[in-house]
Design a protein around this ligand. Structure first.
Ligand code: UD1
Length: 371
C-alpha cells in the first residue's frame, strides 16, 4: 500500500507525527510525507519536525502565505503534480487548515481515496475559515476518522454512511502523552524565571479575535487587568504579532509590566508551560483538547467551539470575548473555583495505531474508496 500524508500548518505537525510512527511500526507500507509549506518559519514549522521526530518531508511544495484563494489554488496545482507522479492508494489529511481542504479536493478528483483525521467537528460558524475547510473536506473524504462521538453524529446528519466513519480517538493526544515526560524536562520555567502554577498562559490567533483593532483591544485590555493579579505569558503567533505591532506602540505595551509577549515556542517548551499553568486563555482548537487531558483550567475566548467534549467532559469553559467576562472567569479560577474534568474516551495515546489498522484492512478489502 502507498500512502501520502499531508501537513501544512502548525497544528498539523503534532497530528501527523504519531501517524507516521504508526505507519513505520506497521511495516510494509510505502509512505510519502508532503509539506505544503503553508507555515514555513522555523518556529512555526521546522522546530516541530525536529522535536517530534517527524522525518524530513519527502516533498515540500513551498507555497507560503497568501490570500486563501491563492494559497489553496497554488497548493492544488502543485499537489496535483505529486499525485499524478506518485499515484498513492490513499491520501491522509489532518485537521482543518487550508492545506487539508486543498489536498482533499485534488485527491478525490483524481479518484484517489481521502482519509480525513479529525473529521466531523463543527462549530456551526461559517465565518471561521476552518469551518468551511472542515465541511468541504468531510464532504469529499472516503474515510472519516473522528475524535469524539458528537462528530459521528454530525457526519451522519450530513449523509455520510456509517461504514465510512471510524471513532478512533485523538492523534494530537497521542503526541501529548508520548511527549509529556520529555517536555517537563525542558528548562523553560527557569529560563523565564517562573514558578509552577503562578502564571496564566495565553494564545490568540483567530482572525475574528486579532485582525480587527476593537476585537483585539478588548482582549488586550482584559489581559491588562488580569496581569495585575498574576503573571501573563503570551507566546505571540505571527498573525497576532503583525496586528499588535500595527495597533500598539512599544510604550503602550510596557505599561502592562506583568504581561510578557514572547516569540512562538517549540512544542516541548509550550507543553511544559501549559502543564504547569494556573489557567490557560486561548482561541486555539487543539489547546482546548490538550488542557482537558492535562487537567488544566482553560478559558476559550470564542463564542463557539467545534470541540464540545472539552466542555462537557473536560476543563474547558467558553467565555466569549467580552472583556468583563474574561476578567471575571479568570478571577474565579485564581480564587480556586476550578472545574474538574475527565479524559474523553479513546484519548489514550493509541488513536494513530487504530487509524493505520483500519486503513490497512480497508486496503486489503479493496474498500478504501467510497463509491
Ligand atoms: C493557520 C490555519 C489555522 C491554524 C493556524 C495555526 C487556515 C485557514 N488557518 O492560520 O486553522 O489554527 O494556522 O497557526 O489554514 N506567517 C508567518 N510565518 C509562518 C506562517 C505564517 O509569519 O510560518 C504569518 C504570515 O504573515 C501569514 C499569517 O502569519 O500571512 C497567517 O498565516 P496563515 O497560514 O495564512 O494562517 P494562520 O493564521 O497561521
Amino acid at each position: 500500500m502507498k500512502i501520502i500524508s499531508v501537513v501544512g500548518a502548525r497544528p498539523n505537525f503534532m497530528k501527523i507525527a504519531p501517524i507516521v510512527r504508526a505507519i513505520k511500526k506497521h511495516g510494509g507500507i510505502h509512505h510519502i510525507l508532503v509539506h505544503t509549506g503553508q507555515h514555513y518559519d522555523y518556529e512555526m514549522s521546522g522546530s516541530f519536525f525536529k522535536e517530534l521526530g517527524i522525518p524530513h518531508p519527502d516533498i515540500n511544495l513551498e507555497i507560503g502565505s497568501a490570500s486563501h484563494a491563492r494559497q489553496a489554488g497554488l497548493i492544488m496545482m502543485e499537489f496535483e503534480k505529486v499525485l499524478l507522479k506518485e499515484k498513492p492508494d490513499v491520501v491522509i489529511v489532518v485537521g482543518d487548515v487550508n492545506s487539508t481542504m486543498a489536498c482533499s479536493l485534488v485527491a478525490t478528483k483524481l479518484g484517489i481515496a481521502v482519509a480525513h483525521v479529525e473529521a466531523g467537528l463543527r462549530s456551526f460558524d461559517r465565518n471561521m475559515p476552518e469551518e468551511i475547510n472542515r465541511l468541504v473536506t468531510d464532504s469529499v473524504a472516503d474515510i472519516l476518522f473522528t475524535t469524539s462521538l458528537d462528530a459521528n453524529i454530525h457526519l451522519r446528519h450530513e449523509g455520510i454512511l456509517p461504514q465510512r466513519i471510524f471513532f478512533v480517538g485523538n492523534v494530537m493526544i497521542d503526541t501529548l502523552l508520548n511527549s509529556l515526560t520529555k517536555a517537563r524536562k525542558t528548562k523553560i520555567l527557569e529560563r523565564m524565571g517562573l514558578q509552577k502554577e503562578t502564571y496564566t498562559l495565553v494564545t490568540l490567533h483567530r482572525p475574528s479575535n486579532v485582525d480587527d483593532k476593537n476585537d483585539l483591544s478588548r482582549i488586550m485590555q482584559a489581559l491588562g487587568e488580569i496581569q495585575k493579579s498574576i503573571k501573563v505569558i503570551f507566546p505571540v503567533h505571527p498573525r497576532t504579532k503583525n496586528n499588535i505591532q500595527k495597533y500598539y506602540s512599544a510604550s503602550q505595551l510596557k505599561k502592562w509590566k506583568n504581561l510578557q509577549l514572547i516569540e512562538p515556542l517549540g512544542y516541548f517548551d509550550f507543553l511544559n508551560l501549559m502543564s504547569y499553568a494556573k489557567v490557560v486563555l486561548t482561541d486555539s482548537g487543539g489547546i482546548q483538547e490538550e488542557t482537558t487531558v492535562l487537567g488544566i483550567p482553560c478559558l476559550t475566548l470564542r463564542n463557539n467551539t467545534e470541540r464540545p467534549v472539552t466542555i462537557t467532559q473536560g476543563t474547558n469553559i467558553l467565555v466569549g470575548t467580552d472583556k468583563k467576562r474574561i476578567i471575571r472567569e479568570s478571577q474565579k479560577i485564581l480564587q480556586g473555583k476550578i472545574k474538574n474534568g475527565q479524559r474523553p474516551k479513546y484519548w489514550d495515546g493509541n488513536a494513530s495505531q487504530r487509524i493505520v489498522q483500519i486503513l490497512v484492512k480497508l486496503y486489503q478489502q479493496k474498500q478504501l474508496r467510497r463509491v
